[in-house]
Design a protein. Structure first.
Length: 248
């Protein structure tokens, strides 16, 4: 059975290739969606090519609704979006995928049933299909090449849905069992390098030595170092000193 997670239904209208239906199912399941509805698929249903392409998302295909016409497929819905890349000459609100899925989330949270229509691969939805929708989703694609593959369009819309209902970590540092070095450890590293560089005559001429040391300290403070990094850098300097002493 489909999950209990509130979500829009994705309606594939007269899809032509089983492979694209399978790709759409896979894209939906990638982002936690499992309400697929199929309207008059060209090659009939079920379709073994769709199953092969779904790559583990076959459950969505098993549970997909199968309808003869669009009116029946969206009959229980209170708000319908139609995806299209072309101007339709119809007076309707047009939303970006991001804004459309934000609106869908609001409506679903209020208890409404929402559907998103995706047209057949050759030319997309017909005006008659779009006329049944309450609003249009328009993807900001390259106007010189506006054609989107069915699976790609489903994936893009599903991704925007996921962004609306799941907290997204926009940046995270994976520590890989490491710990950040503390201020004292950084201070000891700075002292080690300053001492050895002083002995090597690095801080020259003397009139610039103070500012050079400040710049070096500032470099260490800017670097996000782990304790393991600090140990490696200590080791690098020790080995360089040993090598120098061997040479003498």
């Amino acid at each position: 059975m489909p999950t209990d997670t509130p979500q829009p239904a994705f309606v594939l209208v007269r899809p032509q290739m089983g492979e694209n239906i399978g790709a759409a199912a896979r894209a939906m399941w990638n982002f936690g969606l499992d309400r697929m509805r199929l309207v008059a698929p060209r090659d009939g249903w079920p379709n073994p090519k769709a199953v092969a392409m779904s790559s583990g998302a076959g459950r969505l295909l098993d549970e997909a609704g199968h309808y003869d016409d669009l009116a029946e497929a969206v009959g229980d819905c209170t708000f319908v979006f139609a995806t299209t890349a072309r101007q339709r000459g119809l007076t309707k609100p047009i939303y970006s995928p991001e804004r459309a899925m934000a609106l869908a989330a609001e409506k679903i949270a209020a208890g409404e049933k929402v559907a998103v229509l995706f047209g057949p691969e050759r030319a997309g939805l017909e005006n008659e299909d779009v006329a049944r929708a309450n609003a249009i989703i328009s993807v900001p694609v390259n106007p010189a090449f506006a054609s989107l593959n069915l699976g790609q369009c489903v994936l893009l819309t599903a991704y925007e849905w996921r962004r609306q209902v799941t907290e997204v970590q926009h940046e995270v540092m994976e520590m890989a069992r490491a710990e950040w070095a503390n201020t004292l450890e950084i201070e000891k590293l700075a002292e080690h390098y300053e001492e050895r560089l002083e002995q090597a005559g690095f801080f020259f001429p003397e009139i610039k030595a103070a500012s050079m040391k400040i710049n070096l300290r500032n470099l260490w403070s800017r670097m996000p170092l782990t304790r393991a990094d600090v140990q490696v850098l200590h080791g690098v300097m020790r080995q360089m000193v040993r090598w120098k002493n061997r040479g003498d």
